[in-house]
Every structure is written in C-alpha cells, then in structure tokens.
Design a protein around this ligand. Structure first.
Ligand code: ZN
Length: 242
C-alpha cells in the first residue's frame, strides 16, 4: 500500500461536527420529500461485536489500496456519515456525507457465488444439524469460521468485489467506500444472514436441509426400541427451526 504525503495537504478532512451537521441537513431534506433513509448508527465504541462482524472488519484491509482510507472510513461511519445503506443480492448501495452538503453515492458490487461454491458452503454448514439450526436463527457458531473467511467462502476475495464512489478521490477504496464497508459490518453484526443475501444464497435452502436432517434423524430412531420418540414429538419439535 502507498502513502502520499501531499494527499493530506490536498484534501483537508471534515471535522466530526461538519459531518454531523451535513448528515442532519440531508436527513431533514429527505424527510421533507418523504424519502426514507436507512442510516448506519453505531452506538458503542466498537463498530462490530460478533466474531463474524469483527472478522469482516479485519478482512477489509485486503481491499484497501491506500491504508489511510480505512481509519478515515471508520471515523466517518462512527460519526453517522453513512446516512443510507441497502444490502441486496450482489450489491450494496449507500450515500455518505462528506465535506460538501450533497452526500456522495457509493456502489459496491460483489460477484454472486457459483452453484458449486454454494453447494460446498451448504455442505460445510450442514455437517452438524446444530450448526445449521443456529445459523438459521442468526447465531453463527465459531466453528463455521472457515465458511466465511476460507478460500471460496462468503467473504469476497479482492477480485470478487468492486467499488464506485461519486467523490473525486483517485483511490479505488476511498474513505466513503471504507465507511460503507464498515457500515456493512455493523449490519451483518445484527443480521448475519445478510451475508447469504449478499452472496446470492437463498437461506430457505438451509431451512430445507435442517428439516431434512431432522426428519432423517427422527425416522432413524423409529427402528430403535424407543419408538415413542416420533409419537411424542410434535411437529413443531421436528420443524422447530422455522
Ligand atoms: Zn468517495
């Protein structure tokens, strides 16, 4: 990564107060127009708390072409500069407040996983029924770490991600893009299933696998002496995950 001393001189950084004021003005304007914004709100000192959220934030370093954009992005997201953020399949759309009044438009594209990659991830997650049940309920067991950060996992490799921002910065990952990526971390922290949305994996597929596995287990028990297991188990126990 490169550091240019004149970079700091050419672009004075807006203060937290300026960012907050601009964000407030934009929110007011949007409200007047009846437009709904989805801002990223960081309440604690840390942007993320979960292991997967933290792993996402450390993973961002792989995408940065200038190392000073990351701490700036971190400050921006904490200040509330990411005034709108939406995560859909393969795409993150956001608006980030900066020095000027009009927020910058950020678009991040992430390639969807191939069918084969999806199958591998589903298999890895589905090795234990417990894993999948937890996953479906949004509590990702740490033993699934490899599914996220491993090769061909849910975290995109630098080749699988591209950035676009309307600001004049020449860096591929400008501070606005960095702020959005940290904002994505905060969203994923709350709802890890968004990882699957982002990579184009239908989470219903996991629910199906959990149900199939459970039913299989129940049926396997039918032939054992304790036949009561099926009759005593209500359907909601079998399909407890949905
Ligand atoms: Zn930018």
């Amino acid at each position: 990564m490169v550091k240019r001393y004149w970079d700091e001189m050419n672009f004075p950084q807006p203060t937290d107060r300026e960012l907050k004021e601009n964000a407030k003005a934009t929110a007011k304007k949007a409200a007047k127009k009846g437009k709904e914004l989805h801002p990223v709100v960081i309440t604690g000192r840390q942007i993320t708390k979960s292991w997967w959220g933290n792993a996402w934030c450390s993973n961002l370093e792989r995408y940065a072409d200038f190392d000073n954009r990351l701490p700036r992005g971190k400050r921006y997201v904490k200040t509330g500069a990411v005034i709108d953020l939406e995560i859909t399949k393969g795409k993150i759309l956001a608006r980030v407040q900066g020095t000027r009044k009009t927020p910058y438009k950020v678009e991040i594209r992430i390639s969807p996983l191939s069918e084969q990659q999806i199958q591998t991830i589903t298999d890895k997650c589905g090795k234990k029924v417990d894993n999948l049940s937890k996953l479906v309920s949004g509590d990702f067991p740490e033993e699934l770490k490899e599914v996220f950060i491993g090769h061909g996992g849910l975290f995109p490799s630098p080749k699988e991600i591209s950035f676009n921002c309307s600001c004049p910065d020449w860096a591929l990952m400008c501070k606005h893009v960095a702020a959005v990526l940290y904002g994505v971390g905060a969203r994923l922290d709350e709802d890890p299933l968004l990882f699957f949305t982002l990579r184009g994996i239908d989470t219903n597929r996991f629910v199906d696998v959990v149900i199939a596995n459970r039913t299989e287990m129940m049926l396997a028990n039918v032939n054992k002496p304790s036949k009561r297991i099926l009759s005593d188990t209500s359907l909601s126990d079998i399909f407890g995950v949905i």
